[in-house]
Ligand binder design. Sequence first.
Ligand SMILES: [Ca+2]
Length: 436
Amino acid sequence: MAKKSILFIFVLALVLGLAYGWGFWRAPSTEAPTISVDESGQADPVSERDEKVSVSSEPESMTEKLRVPWELVFLPEGEMLVTERLGILKQLGTDGAEIAVPDVRQIGEGGLLGMTLHPDFSNNHWIYLYFTTDTDGQLKNVVERYVLGDQKLTERTRILDGIPADSNHNGGRIAFGPDGFFYVTTGDAGNSDLAQNPQSLAGKILRVGEDGSLPEDNPFSNAVYSYGHRNVQGIVWDGSGRLWATEHGRSGALSGYDELNLIERGANYGWPTIQGDQQREGMRTAQKNSGATTTWAPSGMAFFDGSIFFVGLRGQALYEYIISEDQLVEHLKNQFGRLRQVKIGPDGNFYLLTNNTDGRGKPKEGDDKLIRLAPSNFSRGQENNSDGDKAVLLDQSGFVSPMDQAKKRISKKLSGCLSHRKLRRLPMTNSMADWL
Ligand SMILES: [Ca+2]
């Protein structure tokens, strides 16, 4: 009897001990959702990233076999337009129309690049295009405005002319700001001295009116808004109306020092005088840089849920800069190859353009693609990462030490069993027609 009691107590203790241990082990999964705070100070449950959209969290290939796509816009009726660098405006939808843009010269990184719609597009049908041309004997970048009609462009109007061009460093992103002005990003066209010259349109962010007219408060009495840039291919405004821009750092044997900058009117962003964390009076040091040994080759940007998202070409990732935490997170690393643009659609989803067919990438089957992903693919912060997300928290310089990588792998293995998000390989069978 005594033996049985002892055995009973022993078994009871064992069961209670295991139960306690299991509960302790399981503790993280029963916690309330992590609350993040965006730059406006408003608490925002991370789970809200799932609520605004109706699609599954699986990435979907919306359209394939694009030829070096550079920009996409969403038309009011639900279709999309994509620029292809060779000079084609491709309408994605039931008709799949292709519109040739006149006088585009595709050379190196140049060609048909940026595109945006006028804020009142529904009424005026104005579409803006940034492209490289050499029709009057000089290679240059220009911005033209057209009326987008039924599968054709009419009422051609040149808004900006004479932006220095070269086979590399052509900038090319265009967008309307919350102030109603039209912003244009340019590159130094391979001549870094031009970036520091406020009278040159090279290596700048430009700001003009919808017809190319000069705003009265531009800092240098020309189209220049900020200067000292090397090659800006991404701009976006955050929830507070602040302008952010990505910029390519030095290239060649010495790569790295790619930048994320917070842009202010008239400011000098330092190229080629300062790089990385260097400081100089009268110049702005980047908000974040990739460090001396890491290359993002950053391009298009989007703002979502308190974060600045931007894509990387050579970095082959979608980067997320969490503004309130001053923290950089890497998503989708090496999953889709080189990425040119990220946009948030009217449906709340992320849309990515790959850039694997211009000779610098390794095209996968169906490249180049337009890919749709639900925001739930991007859990926030290191502790929050799901196993499928493959997000990596980058330190100040963008470098993750091997020890940190190992720690991260172990922590992911542990958290993987708690994960409810899996980002599987992209199914290659979906077409735009299926989606529409
Ligand atoms: Ca800089």
